[in-house]
Design a protein around this ligand. Sequence first.
Ligand code: IPM
Ligand code: SF4
Length: 458
Amino acid sequence: MGRTLAEKVWEQHVVRRAEGEPDLLYIDLHLVHEVTSPQAFDGLRMAGRPVRRPDLTIATEDHNVPTVRGPISDPVSRVQVETLRKNCAEFGVRLHPMGDAGQGVVHIIGPQFGLTQPGMTIVCGDSHTSTHGAFGGIAFGIGTSEVEHVLATQTLPAYRPKTMAIEVSGRLPPGVTAKDLILAIIAKIGTGGGQGYIVEYRGEAVRALSMEGRMTVCNMSIEAGARAGLIAPDETTFAYLEGRPHAPTGADWDAAVEYWRSLVTDEDAVFDTVVEIDATTLTPFVTWGTNPGQGAPLGAAVPRPEDTDDPAAAARALEYMGLTAGTPLRDVAVDTVFVGSCTNGRLEDLRAVADVLRGRQVVTRTLIVPGSMLVKLQAEQEGLHEVFTAAGAEWREAGCSMCLGMNPDTLAPGERSASTSNRNFEGRQGKGGRTHLVSPQVAAATAVTGRLTAPADL
Ligand SMILES: CC(C)[C@H](C(=O)O)[C@@H](O)C(=O)O
Ligand code: SF4
């Protein structure tokens, strides 16, 4: 019987297998940030161990950095960043600190450097590590004790998840993005729908996505509860990687591409579960509730709790969100628009926002935060920052920013945002803040009208 892509990559990395025990997996790339690494390095220090493969380990400062640069005023954040710097210096780990041209959100910099490649196992003490699966590898978040294990041994004990195929047939209609697709998928299968699975996204609509779009989709796999999400590599993947600083070159490149072409699910492979979605029926999608599965088409109304799968959760969400059932989503007024994060903070996202904002004015507080300093540089080379500032938006330095309340970019209690990030839990963007997850295009149009809006409505 044939094998799925996830099974192929997994098997390639098994260092040790024993009955009744998790597999011991070799890890090809370990990404590190300031929030989940301090105790892991402490553990190494106490055991007198070095980092086994500093050359396969890379760190960045992202969660705690202010996007208007200056000293970090919050003491917890400051200590976290200073600790990462000390640890990376002591253990010989490459770090991209604030002020460095390579700094950025951890899941943006791996792909941008060409470190993230097909067929790899990639881990990070961060749930959105699933982003890297867009290149056709197995990438997942791990806890701090596992971070220590990987630092010490470059391996990780793990049980192999089951396999799920999400087959997306047809093409996304114009104006419908990767973000709308993944929000619709999560609304369909639920925030627990992917639990215990590695999801492979397949089908015509997935093949037609850019690498940026594929990363957006894989990024939110974890919001459906999946362990990881991946997409088979193809010409789009190879074209994205070619020429990047860590991509192979010359004969090595040719050999790598030949191997990467083998990274597909065999025709006769069987998935444990298959979910089907028709891309042609999708429209811009927004969330109305307090988990990423509580979403609906922008053209719909705030649902009645009794019409949802979980009426109690929906009622509570509507109360927190300050929404009344039956209100058209297009009538929901927002105070703040946030464009950024590892979900939608890449150059393609910023171009889409600029296309909407060009020649228009924003009526809300609008933060546009590049996912990395390289994205910032590229956006500025294209003059996108001028479009943003002319429209009245704020153009910032790279970081996680308002994706989560771990730095100065937060919502005030009761404030409502349209946000291109990936989580809308209570308090995610600041205590009492209310978050609607949207695509970059919807974020930009919303900034123009002050209500949830798609560009086609302008
Ligand atoms: C802080 C970090 C551990 C966390 C994660 O694991 O995802 C964060 O990045 C998030 O998005 O909530
Ligand atoms: S941008 Fe948001 S989701 Fe991504 S790593 Fe940072 S906090 Fe987590």
